[in-house]
Write a protein that binds this ligand. Sequence first.
Ligand SMILES: [Fe+2]
Length: 555
Amino acid sequence: MIANQKCRPFDPDLLEYCETPQHLAIYTEYERSITVNQTARQLGIDASAVSQTIRLIQKRAAGDHYEPEGMATESLEPDEKVSAKNSEKVDKKLKHKVPTYVITWAQNDTPVDRDFLASIKNYCKHRNALLIVIPGRYRNPTSVGEGLSSLHQEYWADEVAPYLMNHRKVLNPNIVIMGDIKTQPTAAIPLSGLEGITGGMSGVFGHPKVQLKTVATPQHAYPKLLTTTGSITKSNYSDTKAGKKGGFHHIIGATVIEIDGDNFHMRQIAADDDGSFIDLDYLYTPAGKGKAPRAAGLTLGDLHTEFIDEECEKITFIDRNSIIKTLKPEKVVMHDWYDGYSGSHHHYGKVFINYAKHHSGRNNVQEEILRTFDRTKTWLCDDTEFIVVGSNHNEHLLTWLERGEPKLDPENALFYHAMMAKVLSGVVMGETAAKIPNPLEILAREHLELDGMRFLRRKDSLMIAGVENSFHGDKGVNGARGSINSFRDIGVKSNTGHGHSPAIEGGHYRAGTNSRLDLEYAEGLSSWFHTDIVTYANGKRTLLHKIDGSWRAKR
Ligand SMILES: [Fe+2]
């Protein structure tokens, strides 16, 4: 019998050290099952094999100088007086009209990206914002500390010393700066295990790798957002595997928080090579500021047009200062543009839902499509290309044609047969697969001004400023279901939709939704959020969260 306590608790960062699919399967199951014996039972293998595998993974990590969180041996802290003074400044800033904070992270004994700092100072002047730097520490025996002596590892660079704050600061009932938590900068999943620590509030954590996740909260209308910041110090890691990976994910960047009463707005800023960065429609450089070039792309959270949230529609497309009118994106990417509720295959045999649909007129497929087109016509604008991504809900129409039963559906029978004729007449056999026209595109060509619209097939690519935008997110590798991690690992920057819960994992940004948050299939706790992704002209990105009818603080 193998004693369970001989293996340490599951540590998600150690997934990185699984070098075979079998090890990955065992360690992943160990996360679910918690004990060695339970893991062995679930996988139908011997407990000793499980135990040996876990020890092997832990040994590999130890050989790579991996330090589990909380095991750092140093107890460095910045100057207490400076931190306390900055904590007071945070409070004072809350009395301003639009309290705005730029929050970033700095590593001890490591040089600052001076150009980025200069750009941030120009930002703070323009937006009347306060810079806060969360101190982080790391022991690097091969430190590149340009000009900083290895004898002075307890110091942070002079340029950021005045901005350090290691306090936990509540900015309003919904957002807190977690300045008092130091996470190992090489942590692959920096927010791991921190989901509950902010209570019901959203939280900003200092870390050089940018990660964002949404967590459902029962007592709030919105889920909470947890994010890390990016770094103002340069990449400075050891030459181990963990160190090299830390360097790969090191982002020179920060999080901007605008306080708006009890609400807040949160955005990522990321520096270009010259230290400049874009926040919405302004470009900040070490020398000053100016209007930013128009955004390269806006990847909208899933639209589900039949059930679009009207406030989201207003602030995205309609208002004088809408997102599209302000950022003027060259391309707008639309996921789950059509909802397909009227003919959804999920409703087969659902007698009560079908009864309600029948008596409310919600089961007419043609009418739902025309309503989608009418709404879209009000969004299209000159000089911007609107691109419909191949998505599972858009494909509901094709599924309805394949599985529909017109004999039992007199309301839709004529439209069904007309559409079948249109689609069938375009079907051809390709070299390796049948080619089936997109019925939505056929109809859009009949009803919409298509000059500014394009429909992507599943296999098409859509690169926008170096970011792949053609994946909806429902399909992963080799036919498996898509997940945050499957797109994180492909090594190409990507923006996706589908999950309705915004996230950042490595180079993968996931949008939220623009639909109402109370859709029929949103049951139980929800982490859905109204969120789009902006890809700026320089290829850097931010999530844009829409909260209570606004997408940024009104100034
Ligand atoms: Fe969706």
